[in-house]
Design a binder for this molecule. Structure first.
Ligand code: ZN
Length: 213
């Protein structure tokens, strides 16, 4: 078994975007749909834009693993998982294709309507498991699917890095334990070419603009 029943009190609130991180689509499809594997997903989008619905969203897929976001833990309970075909950082990370963005945009708009999901609830695997995961990574441009994840109004002109990490959505325990990984996850969100945990004036400014504009 690689999926489970959702509990009645845990409603779908988030969409988690992943990459497959495997050498071929066939391998990813096989693993994600194999009942003997310990992973699964609801949707898989190939590089040519085909959408495979591997599991009905009414069931809980096992895509996120150990994960936290805002005040939630075990994000599988609250989310729909979408995997984008990409070899990933291990096997040859490449740009996502136009067709993938096109299909993803359509799928996300459909899911947003059906499950009342907000733009701010479209999250990356690297956001909810920053210490373990890098996907979908710095080559994923969320604006290409018409999503504005952060549209916050600022109440002051300057925020500390920790305040911004909290506003971004990282779980408090992750900010405490894995601050460097959280910073790297934000850099992926900002589509930085080089991902490192170092702070700079430029980063603070980019981070501020990501949240408030
Ligand atoms: Zn993932």
């Amino acid at each position: 078994m690689n999926y489970s029943f959702r509990k009645k009190n845990k409603i779908v609130k988030y969409i988690v975007i992943h990459y497959t991180g495997m050498k071929t689509l066939k391998l990813a499809y096989k693993k994600l749909s194999d009942e003997r594997s310990d992973v699964s997903t609801h949707y898989l989008i190939s590089r040519n834009g085909s959408v495979f619905n591997l599991l009905c969203p009414k069931y809980k897929a096992w895509h996120a693993g150990e994960s936290k976001w805002k005040n939630y833990k075990y994000i599988n309970d609250y989310s729909i998982g979408i995997e984008l075909e990409n070899k990933g950082h291990e096997f040859g990370y490449s740009n996502y294709t136009y067709r993938q963005y096109h299909s993803l945009k359509k799928l996300i708009n459909f899911l947003k309507k059906n499950f009342n999901i907000l733009d701010e609830s479209i999250v990356f695997h690297s956001d909810i498991s920053p210490n373990r995961k890098q996907d979908p990574g710095e080559k994923f441009f969320v604006n290409k699917i018409g999503i504005n994840r952060f549209n916050m109004s600022n109440t002051k002109r300057k925020y500390s890095i920790n305040e911004m990490l909290c506003l971004y959505g990282f779980h408090k325990s992750y900010i405490k334990k894995y601050k460097k990984f959280c910073i790297m996850a934000v850099k992926r969100s900002l589509n930085y070419k080089y991902i490192n945990p170092y702070l700079s004036k430029k980063f603070s400014k980019d981070f501020y603009n990501l949240l408030f504009s």
